[in-house]
Ligand binder design. Sequence first.
Ligand code: SF4
Length: 482
Amino acid sequence: MDLFGFSVSWELDAPKILNLLEQQHIPIWSNQRSNSSPIVFGGGPVLTANPEPLAPFFDVILLGDGEELLPNFINKMHEIKTFGRSEKLHELANIPGVYIPSLYKPIYESNGNLKRIEPISSKIPSSITKQTWKGESLSYSKVITPESAWPNIHMVEVVRSCPELCRFCLASYLTLPFRSPSLENSLIPAIEKGLSATKRLGLLGASVTQHPEFNNLIEWINQEKFNDIRLSVSSVRASTVTASMCKSLMKHGSKSITIAIESGSSRLRELINKKISEEEIFDAAKYALDGGLKGLKLYGMVGLPTEEENDIEATKELLIKLKKCNPGLRLTLGLSTFVPKAHTPFQWNGVRIESKNRIKNLGKQLKSKGIEFRPESYGWSVIQALISRSDRRLAPVIEAIRKTENTLGNWKKAYQENRKQVSQESPFHQEEMNKMPSWEEIIFETWDTSCVLPWTHLKGPLSNERLIEHRAESLREHPDQI
Ligand code: SF4
């Protein structure tokens, strides 16, 4: 085997990657691999946003859209097939968007804070820029199988990124600019290809209904010959929901639609740049009912910067009012905790410790009013924040956790133990581990915008200066929090 690769979409999959390497008899630490080991490479949102906690396990990380990046990488690998491992990595380091973690060295201050991450030689670029695909088409399933996570569904990416720029949103900020391929030349041919193999179609994207021709696409799917196609769409934007869209979704087997409101508080929605009004939320519910759908799912979030108890109260009141105005519509609230993500304006804000109780209390109050409540585990959100904000000193913790149950308590224990005593097999010195930031600092504290971030050497779509501007604009009524 020459190459072994992963796309990582969820932080909590991190320990599983090591198990997969071990199953293939590949040393888990990249510095312990030999010329005969495959090159282990990875990509996807988690690694593109902040690869550092996983960096010591990967030989190569591909930053950004894979359409050109992946072929460029594979072609180079063919060219240098006979080279030794170290020569290969040095050659690959000069392909735009290819990050070779072992060729970069973190430098720490005496207190353990990150000072900079620098290349180990002048022949290696000092920063790497995430790649953006500028072609006409986006991706779609190349393999349709009952063995996949979404069995037998032909997935078609309708849009990439989202122009809305909600201040916490990785799906928008990390993948800018917003792209919407042509219906005629790209989406329809991609859909037709898959529908010759399956009767299930999934339309994907951060905000699919924002495709300028989305209604035409739905009309096209409404042709008689597609009557037996089951259609699902990911979360849609409230202001784009129409009764005819809901009717079409119902005709093709959908029972509900999902809109993300984040908060019932209009103050908070404005602060996070979520440009939807209460009227639009109520209209979406009405259209869902008029279109014959049985349910409306809402996504919300607790722990957003500046959130207070009365914002939670506003969410509760909005849901109760929605329920009252739309009897017969099954209402579900999926609630997550705000997690800071790299390359977004809220990357400097910590997880709010109050979130745990706020989820619990809101759940209690909504369930008693007949509203379904599906919270995401607060513990998982804390682990996500740990992985999304840490530097590469987290790697021995990830290695330690895979031998235990993946729980918040075990992560905290492993974090604290590794600060005192790091495993001998890892390439880390005890001295650097002793000075790791505290658990509280890494997860819950709001960082100064002048601090060196673990992903500073990796360039996303917007500069730090622009992200700071967006954050300051959001928090303008709260100068003490800027
Ligand atoms: S509308 Fe949704 S996808 Fe778009 S930026 Fe906001 S949260 Fe992200």
